[in-house]
Design a protein around this ligand. Structure first.
Ligand SMILES: CC(C)(COP(=O)(O)OP(=O)(O)OC[C@H]1O[C@@H](n2cnc3c(N)ncnc32)[C@H](O)[C@@H]1OP(=O)(O)O)[C@@H](O)C(=O)NCCC(=O)NCCS
Length: 367
């Protein structure tokens, strides 16, 4: 039996967290297009508990998350040493999460505390790398407002919070994508949550997964800086056999539902921050790609511009993806741990057979 390349379309396990059935992304049965303006905290609660919180529960959950966002001084000191290294921010994040797994109580930490610390750690990496002072959490604000403040150093407007909230909600989960599946494999061995998250970050780092948003902006910058014709640039890349980052998807062959929502946000932000030229460029490429290849933009195509409009350096774009996806990773880790079953698939061996060590050694000794 021929195996599908990259396990495309193969159902490997069941989940109640999210689904992309019929190319519609749902969290616990709710279409994300209906959740796009729901508070991020509410969506996290939904992913972790398979139901919406009551008003009181949401209030308490938000309070719990925000109150646990602060990082101990010693952790920041240790992080600062790693974050100043000239490594890619995703490598720094990988090591930082691993570090959080040694400076925190690995066996007893609960998901709210872990998510809260992850968000603050990501914001801290961004500040330390830019040689900017660490900001402190405001307990009376929500998670998204705090997160933007922690990485940007400025209190966001309510409009900015709303737009970033949608970005976070849309990235919060995506069933068995590569990083989530990686987290589930580690969780299935009954390893701790920090180890699962560290592994997930390793998988997210690659350009075929979360790393695509950085590569999208790199392409846009290159085209603008070298004053190239965007269509010619894309044609040349395809002729060389290169993929155009931010296009195509394993599941959404007729368009990524998240991209349509993010396109509107990217446009609004581009207009208000003087980045319309980037948006126009993206539209030209989008049209050409569709006409020539039938490929649609995916979630990473417009988030690249959104993050740029939030003054983020392109190298840290994928850490933003990690910040949002930690919610989903934890939901899957909780579900997998409850499953209590080791993930250990089998492989089809396609190498040589019937070889014998002594015979081959003897033959190798004859020149
Ligand atoms: C996401 C992705 C890995 C999905 O891949 P997939 O389902 O395995 O599909 P394939 O890579 O087999 O692509 C199918 C065909 O479309 C082409 N294709 C897919 N994405 C392409 C892209 N971004 N640019 C140019 N061609 C692309 C492939 O070259 C392939 O062509 P072929 O059949 O002539 O060989 C792929 O579309 C990709 O690499 N995109 C760019 C990276 C990216 O944006 N990742 C973020 C995903 S959210």
């Amino acid at each position: 039996m021929a195996l599908p390349k990259g396990l495309a379309g193969v159902v490997v396990d069941q989940t109640k967290v999210s689904s992309t059935q019929n190319a519609v992304l749902t969290y616990s049965g709710y279409p994300v297009r209906e959740l796009k303006n729901a508070p991020f905290e509410e969506v996290v609660f939904l992913l972790w508990h398979s139901r919406l919180p009551t008003t009181n529960e949401l209030h308490d959950f938000r309070k719990q998350l925000v109150s646990q966002m602060a990082l101990p001084y010693e952790t920041v000191q240790l992080m600062a040493r790693i974050a100043r290294e000239p490594q890619h921010p995703m490598s720094i994040l990988r090591t930082t999460v691993s570090l959080l797994g040694t400076t925190n109580d690995v066996e007893r930490d609960e998901p709210p505390r872990i998510l809260a610390k992850m968000l603050t750690a990501i914001a801290a990496i961004i500040r330390i790398r830019a040689d900017l002072p660490i900001k402190h959490v405001h307990r009376e604000w929500g998670v998204v407002e705090n997160f933007i403040y922690l990485f940007s150093g400025k209190r966001p407007t309510s409009d900015q919070v709303a737009m970033f909230n949608t970005v976070m909600v849309l990235h919060a989960d995506h069933e068995f994508n590569a990083s989530t599946f990686t987290a589930r494999v580690v969780a299935s061995t009954q390893s701790d949550d920090y180890s699962c998250l560290t592994a997930a970050i390793c998988a997210l780092k690659g350009p075929l997964h979360g790393g695509a948003n950085e590569q999208v902006f790199r392409m846009l910058e290159t085209i603008r800086q070298t004053k190239q014709d965007p269509i010619q640039y894309v044609k040349d890349q395809i002729a060389r056999g290169h993929k155009i980052m931010g296009f195509g998807h394993r599941i959404y062959k007729n368009g990524d539902p998240r991209a349509a929502i993010l396109r509107k946000i990217a446009h609004r932000l581009a207009v208000t921050t003087g980045n319309e030229a980037y948006f126009t460029l993206q539209e030209q490429i989008r049209q050409y790609m569709f006409d020539k290849t039938g490929l649609h933009p995916n979630v990473d195509y417009y988030t690249a511009l959104i993050y740029h409009c939030f003054n983020l350096d392109r190298q840290v774009f994928t850490t933003m993806f990690a910040a949002c996806r930690t919610a989903g990773w934890l939901a899957h880790i909780i579900e997998q741990q409850a499953e209590g079953c080791l993930i250990r698939p089998s492989s089809k061996y396609i190498g040589k057979t019937d070889r014998h060590y002594l015979t081959d050694k003897e033959e190798n000794s004859v020149d």
